[in-house]
Design a protein around this ligand. Structure first.
Ligand code: SF4
Length: 312
């Protein structure tokens, strides 16, 4: 944002951005922060959405400002949009700790957008220069963010990728592999960024030494009439995301697009990765969380769901 107080820094910052191969541009700011501390009414408070201030702007009718820019401060914190300041209440999380989908989902569901009137301002208002009409392409991008993760609007959590599926359907679902604690502790399952692996009864404990612990499962061979479900009974010390990466015939790399992320709450829980629409090949990779610290896996199971009609 271009203000009087920082306009002398623009050329220096442009050169810095170019040295990093980043595109750099500026937008006019309309407040005058050099004239005093701005105290925002929402700072350190919650955004309160009431029937009286609610506008028809939610994830089905998003603001175009979500699509064209991501405001990031010098510490890497991401904020809701460039129309709001860098206040705590608009802080989304840290850019380096989230993937693009998570950043966009968190912005999309920010309650401020539900009560904001800025997105409806008309063309003749002064900051129309960084607005653009809503494009149909925006819809496909939203669909992409939702592709592998559903958001539970009622309680604000990310939930299973196929919520309504009967994961315990004993007619169709067969257990293919249950990894024993000995297999987990040994070489059968590859591990990275993990140390202090200990077996206690049927459970395995380990410590993630950074925010990227990785488990690589052995290769699975399945017939074409089946798809697989990966079931985990896992305990974590703080809320995080668990992510399953898969390869396909067309894309044999682990990447964000070829992954499913599920929310983990602090404590023990059961999660299921449903690979119904995915023809996964090779080895699956599981990142059990994105926080350092202690993890406990009570069970990892690969289940096969048979799509053929059951024989009566
Ligand atoms: S609706 Fe308001 S708060 Fe939300 S992104 Fe648009 S301008 Fe920002």
């Amino acid at each position: 944002m271009r203000f009087n107080y920082n306009s002398a820094e623009i050329e220096e910052f442009r050169k810095f951005a170019e040295s990093l191969d980043l595109t750099f541009t500026t937008f006019p700011g309309f407040a005058e922060p050099e004239k005093g501390t701005i105290v925002h009414p929402f700072d350190k408070k919650e955004v309160i959405v009431t029937p009286n201030n609610l506008r028809n702007r939610n994830f089905l009718n998003p603001c175009t400002l979500l699509f064209d820019s991501i405001p990031i401060d010098c510490k890497g914190n991401v904020y809701l949009c460039c129309d709001e300041g860098n206040y705590n209440i608009y802080k989304i999380g840290n850019f380096l700790e989230m993937d693009f989908s998570e950043i966009m989902l968190r912005r999309l569901f920010h309650p401020q957008c539900r009560i904001c009137n800025k997105a409806e301002r008309t063309k003749n208002e002064k900051y129309d220069d960084f607005r653009r009409p809503f494009k149909t392409d925006d819809i496909s991008r939203i669909t992409q963010w939702f592709e592998n993760t559903l958001y539970n609007v009622d309680n604000g959590t990310f939930v299973s990728n196929v919520e309504s599926f009967d994961y315990e359907d004993s007619f169709r679902i067969k257990r293919v592999i249950t990894f024993t604690p000995e297999e987990f502790v040994g070489e059968h399952i590859g591990k990275r960024n993990i140390e202090g692996i200990k077996q206690a009864g049927e459970s395995v404990y380990f410590t993630a030494v950074n925010t990227d612990p990785i488990l690589i499962l052995p290769e699975l061979l399945l017939d074409v009439e089946s798809f697989i479900i990966v079931s985990l009974d896992i305990a974590v010390s703080s809320a995080t995301f668990i992510q399953l990466f898969y390869k396909t015939i067309l894309d044999e790399s682990y990447n964000e697009k070829n992954s499913i992320r599920l929310r983990l709450n602090s404590g023990r829980q059961h999660v299921y990765f449903n690979l119904e629409k995915i023809k996964a090949v090779g080895q699956l990779r599981i990142d059990p969380g994105a926080v350092k610290g202690m993890y406990c896996i009570h069970n990892i199971e690969i289940r096969r769901y048979d799509t053929r009609d059951p024989i009566l």
